[in-house]
Design a protein around this ligand. Structure first.
Ligand code: HPA
Length: 257
């Protein structure tokens, strides 16, 4: 995988080794200057993956890659995202670190709406997604270790910068509907702290591609059945405004280091 991605690669300066994968609320990157739009062909789709090179604002000024996983107009549903093409494209661009940003529902009492937290483990409840490079197709069958899908040192750096707590388990559901209360009770019994629809197989594919991956989970609602309120997209979007601002600040400080 590493070798074949490199064949397509143009030499890039060091400063571009970081990519941000934006989720809901971060389909574009306000305040950043778009330096270039790169169309990366991959073996996994006819359409190229569109990755932006952006210059971060304020003190950072770093140039990084930005890939909105739902597309720039938030139109690709979680189960229809081409996770393999996205990660393959970032590998071809020689990305070494990915900071993913994921809107989630809070399951753990410690994680109310408005809080940001770092993931350290995941359970994948999704189905039918193309979730590996190593299936004997383009690349031989292989079995990677999944004990550290979320990179420890990247997590530590982000925790230091943002004062975020880490060590949380993400339950990845199929979506796009929000879960039933019974589904959330099951996730709770299984030990999930947050629920979302997109961190898997993304994190696992990044591990297969040997890219360090961390995920900033933005808690935008109590998971289904954990509060009396109906979960509405309006409420989610109003939480997302402040959460994405905080996530962007953390990314800016990290990339300025
Ligand atoms: N469930 C799944 N995904 C989500 C949620 C949720 O409650 N909130 C934001 N993304």
């Amino acid at each position: 995988l590493v070798a074949s991605c490199r064949q397509q690669t143009v030499q890039k300066p060091e400063t571009l080794a970081l990519a941000v994968i934006g989720g809901s609320g971060l389909d574009d990157y306000p305040g950043a200057e778009v330096v270039a739009e790169i169309f990366v062909p991959t073996p996994y789709a006819d359409a190229s993956v569109v990755v932006k090179q952006i210059r971060l604002p304020q003190a950072s000024n770093a140039i990084i890659y930005f890939l909105p996983r739902h597309g720039s107009s938030h139109s690709v549903a979680p189960h229809l995202i081409n996770y393999r093409a996205n990660i393959w494209a970032l590998k071809a661009l020689q990305v070494e670190q990915i900071i993913a940003v994921n809107a989630v529902g809070g399951i753990s009492e410690e994680l109310p709406p408005g809080r940001l937290a770092l993931l350290s483990d995941a359970i994948d409840y999704s189905h039918g997604r193309e979730g590996t490079f190593f299936d004997g197709g383009l690349y031989p069958l292989d079995h990677i270790d999944s004990s550290q899908l979320f990179n420890k040192s990247l997590n530590e750096s982000l925790a230091d910068i943002g004062g975020l707590s880490s060590g949380y388990c993400y339950g990845c559901t199929q979506g796009p509907r929000i879960e039933t209360p019974a589904e959330i009770k099951r996730l709770q019994r299984d030990g999930c702290d947050v629920v979302g629809m997109t961190a898997m197989p993304e994190a696992a594919l990044a591990a297969e591609a040997e890219i360090s991956y961390a995920a900033i989970a933005m808690i935008v609602n109590w998971a289904s059945g954990l509060s009396d309120e109906i979960i509405t997209m309006d409420d989610i979007y109003s939480q997302l405004i402040s959460c994405t601002e905080e996530a962007r600040d953390i990314i800016q400080s990290y990339s300025a280091k």
